[in-house]
Design a protein around this ligand. Structure first.
Ligand SMILES: [Mn+2]
Length: 236
């Protein structure tokens, strides 16, 4: 079976519980639609678990993008030669922006790793896909963190750039593809429809799967083969 989840935001325990509940095994695949790090309790443990599994496929979210931008810069050793130049104003702005947007916990846990472990994490983050298109049981799915923005119906998917897939949610009231489902995270479903608190929303060929786990709602899991859904409550 092929499963999707998104916006784990350090909710490692809920992720493990989800894998247990769906009976995830070596013949299954899991796509994680970004925002694995930041905000929640155990972002680094979560990444390290995902890294070890060859059947878990990560897609980049805006929080991985922020983390990578900052950590790459800050992992450079400060020497006599670069002490004045290796960080500029933009780097500092990115740093403060990331920390204030949930990055602090990721940074604190990253700092405690050996430099080898740190490099493994950075290399892993750089491998994340921008989006994936897959076909399961005759249904076609586009998997992306936020959406496709600006959306152009005739634009080939491989032409979308990083900034066009991680920041802006789609208009869930519009059908983007008559023959495909757009699966997205990024926006907790309660913000799409108040009545759908903590639930996956399926409408207009959209499947919105961020059920707001880190904000005290649920981790949603969706099976692409069957359309089945599971909800793991956020641990107190
Ligand atoms: Mn996001």
């Amino acid at each position: 079976m092929i499963y999707v989840m998104s916006d784990l935001h350090g909710c490692y325990q809920e992720y493990l519980k989800a894998l247990e509940v769906i009976g995830f095994n070596d013949n299954d695949q899991l796509y994680v639609l970004g925002d694995i790090v930041d905000r929640g309790k155990e972002p680094i443990k979560l990444l390290q678990d995902m890294m070890m599994r060859s059947n878990v496929f990560p897609i980049i979210g805006n929080h991985e993008y922020m983390a990578l931008t900052v950590l790459r810069k800050f992992c450079v050793e400060i020497t006599q030669e670069n002490v004045e130049t290796h960080l500029d104003e933009e780097d500092m702005e990115n740093f403060y922006h990331w920390c204030s947007d949930g990055g602090k916990v990721t940074l604190e846990q990253f700092r405690k790793l050996s430099s080898e472990e740190q490099l493994d994490i950075l290399d892993y983050l750089e491998e994340f896909s921008l989006l994936e298109e897959i076909s399961v049981n005759g249904r076609n799915f586009i998997l992306v963190h936020a959406g496709l923005y600006p959306f152009l119906p005739d634009k080939p998917l491989e032409e979308y750039q990083l900034e066009e897939v991680i920041f802006k949610s789609p208009n869930y009231d519009l059908v983007y593809f008559a023959d495909k489902y757009l699966v997205s995270g990024h926006k907790p479903t309660i913000s799409i429809d108040k009545k759908k608190r903590g639930q996956i929303i399926e409408k207009n060929h959209h499947i919105a799967i961020d059920c707001g786990c880190v904000f005290g709602m649920n981790l949603g899991v969706y099976c692409l083969d069957t359309g089945e859904k599971w909800y793991i409550e956020k641990e107190k």
